[in-house]
Write a protein that binds this ligand. Structure first.
Ligand SMILES: [Zn+2]
Length: 251
């Protein structure tokens, strides 16, 4: 997707007061029209390029039925995309997205992935710099009702900071999903994973890493690492590095 940075910034400025729908000035209208036309034509053109470069054989395997291995709940944040975790997500990752990568606000979609499509893995993906977590840790009383409702189901105020809030939220989502799917997990038919995608290197593993922080409710990183699920993948990134400063002896 090609983007005009000036137009993107202009759009953000025009829409920053989301609750006030003022009549745009002639100048603003011109910018808005350009942005909307550009976005539509980019989408259509990018799709046309994809369609022209993709042979019919590519679609054969899944054109009549989907058979994903993973149900993924991701934040809607545009900086986090399925492509970051898969070389080919088509027919492999069933995705439900919402602000704050929550179970409860997309429960039906998750149940469809786990119970109907029977994916053996359910993964919740939080991410660094999550605006939903930041907002939910503050005062949301003035935010418009729809957004407030979705932020209101996040329980992250007890975290000491936003970075820990992202992790706490992932733990919360896994815990909530464990309640609904505990029989499948006990039977070994489902693994529920909590992870954080870090595009800012907030957690010290490097930018772009997917960091696993929870496996079926287990938060002990040593135990997660020892899980037989990771037998053939020893280099898997597990756990958040401690940010606690090392204490001097005797302090
Ligand atoms: Zn987010």
């Amino acid at each position: 997707m090609r983007k005009n940075i000036f137009i993107t910034i202009s759009l953000a400025l025009l829409f920053c007061a989301t609750c006030v729908v003022a009549e745009p000035s002639a100048g603003e209208k011109e910018v808005l029209d350009k942005v909307i036309k550009g976005a539509i034509s980019d989408l259509v053109e990018d799709n046309a390029i994809f369609a022209s470069l993709t042979a019919p054989e590519h679609f054969k395997e899944f054109q009549d039925i989907q058979n994903p291995r993973v149900t993924m709940v991701m934040c809607s944040d545009s900086r986090v995309q399925v492509d970051n975790f898969s070389q080919g997500a088509e027919n492999d990752i069933f995705v439900a997205r919402n602000i704050g990568n929550q179970f409860i606000t997309t429960k039906g979609s998750v149940e469809f992935g786990v119970d109907v499509l029977k994916t053996p893995v359910l993964i919740f993906v939080g991410h660094s710099g999550c605006g939903a977590i930041k907002a939910a840790r503050g005062d949301i009383s003035e935010i418009q009702p729809g957004i407030r409702k979705e932020l209101g189901t996040l329980d992250v105020k007890s975290a000491p900071d936003d970075k820990q809030g992202v992790i706490l939220n992932v733990h919360n989502q896994v815990a909530r999903a464990m309640e609904d799917f505990k029989e499948k997990v006990s039977a070994g038919r489902l693994a529920i994973i909590g992870a954080v995608y870090d595009f800012r290197n907030d957690y010290g593993y490097g930018q772009g890493q997917l960091i696993i922080v929870n496996l079926n409710g287990e938060k002990d990183l040593a135990k997660i690492k020892e899980s037989h699920y990771f037998d053939d993948k020893k280099e898997v990134t597990v756990g958040i590095k401690s940010e606690e400063p090392k204490k001097e002896a005797g302090s």
